[in-house]
Design a protein around this ligand. Structure first.
Ligand SMILES: [Ca+2]
Length: 269
């Protein structure tokens, strides 16, 4: 890594840090009333990387220097380990066409994968992708991430479920609201510095959610990130958030997108 890259990395950490900390400070100094909508921030692209435009992205996570990605659609679902810089698929395991793959997260060397309507979470060894078991759950499976103690799951509604990683049993759930109204269609998730980031299906927006209360603390508006000409069809929506905790880098992509972006959050005046 060059010195310039180190500087850019440091700048990225600072920008993201300011955005998150600054918003938290603003909230504490001027608490949002129940009817107040959360503020909206913009973004700046730091790097653009190649992304498999045949990947119907449903899950994205960055662990130990590599991206992990899941793809959906029956017969096209897979889990993948991907080299960030090149988009090259380093390891791949196809999923039975009985399942429509959804969100993934890695917890202690286990990769958990949700399925859309099969009511089953598939578990793999995160290194070999060898199957390690499965868990049943009710409702649909959409996005998945984890905090320090629980898996966190979305299901297409405004609810987030917090699950025991060893049993998949639900510990608690919160309903996500902004201005007192439920925010449904929460899709791909990422746990970032104590907040749950969720992109909202069919929109260009990411909600930053307080995991205790479910309240939206802020929005990130990613309009314009991928030009309309690069979106193949109506399914090609924003879906995929990954956070490099050590490097402070935030990555986003979408279904069938040709690019994956590192972005920083830029507060709007
Ligand atoms: Ca994610």
């Amino acid at each position: 890594m060059s010195l310039g890259a180190v500087s850019a990395l440091a700048a990225g950490i600072v920008v993201l840090g300011i955005a998150v900390v600054g918003t938290a400070a603003a909230v504490s100094q001027s608490p949002l009333r129940a009817g107040s909508a959360a503020p909206t921030a913009g973004y700046r692209v730091v790097h653009t990387y190649p992304h498999d435009r045949d990947a119907f992205t449903q899950g994205l996570e960055f662990v130990d220097g590599s991206l992990f990605e899941s793809t959906g659609l029956n017969g096209r679902s897979s889990i993948r380990k991907v080299q960030l810089e090149t988009g090259r698929v380093l390891r791949r395991r196809d999923v039975s066409q009985a399942h429509f793959g959804e969100g993934i997260t890695i917890w202690r060397s286990q990769l958990f994968e949700l399925t859309w309507q099969s009511h089953v979470a598939l578990v793999y060894d995160s290194d070999s992708f060898e199957p390690r078991g499965s868990f049943a759950y009710s409702g649909e499976g959409w996005g998945l991430t984890h905090d320090l103690t629980s898996l966190i799951m979305s299901d297409g509604t405004a609810d987030l479920r917090f699950l025991d990683p060893t049993t998949f049993k639900e510990r608690r759930r919160v309903s996500v609201t902004d201005a007192g109204r439920p925010v449904s269609n929460l899709n791909e998730l990422e746990y970032v510095n104590g907040q749950v980031f969720a992109n909202v299906w069919t929109t260009d927006r990411i909600a930053r959610i307080d995991p205790q209360t479910g309240r939206v603390l802020g929005w990130i508006d990613l309009a314009g990130l991928l030009p309309a000409k690069d979106r193949g069809n109506g399914d090609a929506v924003l879906n995929g958030i990954a956070y490099d905790e050590k490097g402070g880098r935030l990555f986003v992509t979408g279904k069938l997108w040709p690019s994956l972006f590192e972005i920083t959050i830029v507060p709007r005046p």
